[in-house]
Write a protein that binds this ligand. Structure first.
Ligand code: ADP
Ligand code: F6P
Length: 325
């Protein structure tokens, strides 16, 4: 007998950094579960909600009107207590008391580590990769990346207008934690002169030399996109000003990148991942992460997913270099 067939109630939570598209996944998961006559409960604020038994029974109306909203209507949190054996035991006890027999978990690499921990403790879980950093292996794109990129491009285009109006160089810091994916792709898509990323060593003197050469050619403004994990924006801006006398400014895009109405891509990806995650859980699969591979939704054991992290493809890193300066 397939254990999934016996499930009568499952749960879903969003953990770690929130991102646009999470609501689309929650909505699809709820409607897929109810469509198979299985109750589904929302867990508020990620793993913290498991420790506090912060459960929200949901019906099909609960997820109306959330598809187009950024963030997560179940809210999220970072919860160190869940990293402890006592925290995990309390979470399992609370799940059992609530009668929840399986969980769909949305989040980044840390949250997926948490999902693997539950799996190793014998609790059925399916993970959904949701992080703007796009540093999760075994999926071409994590949920929220496309919307974050569009947010960044919109901001860079705006900043380019003022940079060219004042002959200034801007260092624009984007998120990504230790990944340079957002910086690389947004540099290519915005036509920035430079992308500074953790994956590629950079020579500030050489960058200044190339900017000076541009300046002497009459190209009197420049955009440098800096991944937050690769350097200090003000230090880089001061070095450029010092080296070539360029007026420089720094803009840190911050959490603006994580919000906003999800793009079509993220609404569709969220819907597909949410639906498939519940189907796999109810069909007896466990300890896996759903992901996107060449337009197909695939499932990978969590133990493989947490082994590594994903870096931007070399040809993208090269393209940002070639198309920039
Ligand atoms: P993200 O999921 O966005 O990468 P974090 O790395 O902060 O964010 O992880 C989110 C939460 O996942 C943590 O606050 C913690 O509750 C849980 N978590 C992270 N790493 C582990 C781990 N190794 N074991 C158990 N739980 C973990
Ligand atoms: O992991 C997603 C992310 O947005 C990173 O890019 C960033 O470094 C971090 O989360 C910010 O975390 P917080 O929202 O806790 O400040």
């Amino acid at each position: 007998m397939n254990f999934g067939d016996t499930m009568k109630k499952i749960g879903i939570l969003t953990s770690g950094g929130d991102c646009s598209g999470m609501n689309a996944a929650i909505r699809a998961a709820v409607r897929t579960s109810l469509g198979r006559n299985v109750c589904i409960v929302g867990v508020r604020k990620g793993y913290l909600g498991l420790l506090k038994s912060d459960f929200l029974p949901m019906d099909t109306k609960s997820v109306s009107g959330i598809l187009q909203r950024g963030g997560t209507f179940l809210q999220s949190a970072r919860c160190d207590a869940f990293k402890t054996a006592a925290g995990q035991r309390l979470a399992l006890d609370n799940l059992a008391k609530e009668g929840i027999e399986g969980l769909v978990i949305l989040g980044g690499d840390g949250s997926l580590q948490g999902a693997l921990t539950l799996d190793r403790l014998g609790f059925p879980v399916i993970g959904i990769p949701a992080s703007i950093d796009n540093d999760i292996p075994f999926t071409d794109m994590a949920l929220g990346v496309d919307t974050a990129l569009n947010n960044i491009i919109y901001a860079v285009d705006c900043i380019k207008d003022t940079a060219s109006s004042h002959d200034r160089a801007f260092v624009i810091e984007v998120m990504g934690r230790n990944s340079g994916y957002l910086a690389t792709i947004s540099a290519i898509a915005s036509g920035a002169e430079y992308a500074i990323v953790p994956e590629v060593e950079f020579d500030l003197a050489e960058i200044c030399e190339q900017l000076r050469y541009r300046y002497q050619e009459g190209r009197s403004n420049a955009i440098i996109i800096l991944a937050e994990g690769a350097g200090h924006a003000q230090t880089i801006a001061d070095s450029i000003k010092h080296a070539i006398g360029f007026e420089t400014r720094v803009t840190v895009l911050g959490h603006y990148q994580r919000g906003g109405a999800p793009s079509v891509f993220d609404r569709l990806l969220g819907s597909r991942l949410g639906k498939r995650a519940v189907e796999l859980l109810l069909d007896g699969e466990r300890g896996k992460m759903v992901g996107l591979s060449c337009h197909e939704i695939v499932a990978t054991p969590l133990v493989e997913v947490v082994k590594g992290s994903k870096r931007p493809e070399d040809d993208m890193l090269r393209m940002a270099e070639v198309l920039g300066i």
